[in-house]
Design a binder for this molecule. Sequence first.
Ligand code: C2E
Ligand code: CA
Ligand code: CA
Length: 647
Amino acid sequence: MNFSILAELAALIIIFILIMFHFDDRRSRQLRSRLFSLCLGLAVLSIFINILSVCVLDYYNQVPYWLNHILCGLYYLTSNLMCSATASYLFYLIFENTAETHCLKYALIIIGCLTSAIILLLVVNIPTGCLFYFQDGQYYHGWANYAGYAALGIELTMLLACFFRNRRLLPPQMKKIIRIMPPVIIIMTVFQLVYPELLMNGLITALCFLIIFISFQNSRVEQNTLTFLENQTTLYTELDYCLNKKRPVQLILIHLLKFGAVNQKFGYQNGNRFLKKVARSLENYFPTGQVFHVGNVEFAILHEFKSEEDALARTESARLLFSEPWTVGSFSSSLPAAITDIICKEESFSSGDVMERLQFGMDCAKKNNPSYLIHFDSSWNQLWERRNLLFQYMKKNIAENNFEVFYQPVFCCNTGRFCSAEALVRMRDPEGNLISPGEFIPLAEQAGLIGDITWIVLEKVCSFLGLHPELPLKAVSINVSAQQLSGSVLFEHIEEALYKYHVPAEKLRIEITERMITSSYAQAKEIIEKLINKKIQFYLDDFGVGYSNFKSMLELPFEAVKLDHSIVSEAFRNPHAFQTVGILVEMLHQAGYVVIAEGIETQKQEQRIRLLEVDRIQGYYHARPMPETELLEFYRNVNCCGEELGE
Ligand code: C2E
Ligand code: CA
Ligand code: CA
């Protein structure tokens, strides 16, 4: 049969066009892009060898037998390698979205085994002709000729199985590929059967690569469709590239604050115009760096690091840029932005490490009124590392139920007795040193670990109260974060713990601190009222600091208000504040609240605060927080010192 190489030539042209579009220095740094380059390279090689072997076959009596054999062998090898590389690429695409790296490893091992088997068959083919052989200038299939198709079949079956298993996690382009590719392959194969002399393998491959290229490899896939800046994926690749090459870089992150207000004021279309303007301005301002659009209202600039001064000047120009008003058409608006930058020199960071740090800096910068600017230097890095360490300790202590509870007795001014106590959580590091809850509780609140810690404290307090019903304490209060006042979990845990340890409900009090904004007062009120019905009273903690304290007081039914020690110490520093706090205490009394003063450390302070007629005093002067055993001892001693106990 005389083979026609026309289709193979067309395939070569298509693949050359793809190579020209695919060649982009930046994207070729991604593993996915490198795999695609390998596929294209192998495709060119195999098509080229195929064309060559067909041409040589036409002159079989002029060329030596071994040349035909070698060319056919090479074609068999390169076309199989190309199929394996393409399968690896597609597996990589699937598992890139599922994070099941072990599955990718297994798939690559199987592909490797199949390829090795083909290579082995090629070697065995030399003496046996099991794959193909030549007779009288004609090419004949050996008994194992379909081994290549079998390997392809196995790879395809595995791909389809992985696709269907993970289809919910895969991007729509992947689904499109799975929908488009099989019909294309089937149509082309039918065509091939009808016209066996037309060599179509190369064209099928080229069309498949074209579909893959359109879906995954063209540069628009890595661009933000609004600003045409490159997106977060490219930033990660670029950053990894620089970090691997130990190239010092500065990365600046810019987050537009309150951009929702711009959208509301001018409409979303104009909001988008502002974002486009920001994108173009950043490109113009930092022509030697790369600008990325990494989130809805977040941009990043990656720049080679030359000197500290140069880096500082760059952040400063970014700050200045966003301190000016922005104009789009007839609309003008300020676009305040929080800015964080980090310099990576010789640290062995991955892009993920850098971005986590920078995001932490950004979170702090957003809160850091009014400068909104943080240089993530070594001191910030220490903070970040400490924070990570605290997370680890917290998780470990939660898993091992290892938190301790200290109790601080509270002095009642009217009766001169220690009527109650506050339970304060304590955590130890692996060396056994105590870590202040002031340090780890805010973190636990952010990380969603606060519930676990509260339940441990609740359980320990109830078990202690259950074991010591003789303790002359009217109540022990536990601290609960405002964010926990939603859902029924708090109620259920409290009910369960009281029941389990036979503790009367009125022995438990709950102090609410608002370090984070309470989203729903209605919900919080419902829970508080439900617990009050069970005879569990609530205190408003840290009054005078934190978020909407006064609003909480108006909206929620508290029994007592605890004046934060910063308010109390201000009262001692400043006569006017002293007078004001006095009026506040009077007002609170009139409104029916019990008033507790926190942080009283000296006798003088104690005498002065009593002048303000607070009801109870909590502070180091009367008693420090102490472990259970010391608390029992404490009450034994105040008892034997003739203090009247119980309120
Ligand atoms: P807080 O609720 O205001 O607790 C009072 C804090 O003031 C305690 O700090 C206590 O040791 C300290 N303190 C008491 N008297 C004095 C004094 O005279 N001078 C000074 N300077 N400080 C005094 P601690 O134990 O370090 O707790 C800090 C914060 O951590 C607590 O403040 C509370 O907001 C939080 N916290 C503690 N335990 C828990 C808990 O189990 N759950 C939750 N959600 N938060 C807790
Ligand atoms: Ca408290
Ligand atoms: Ca407090």
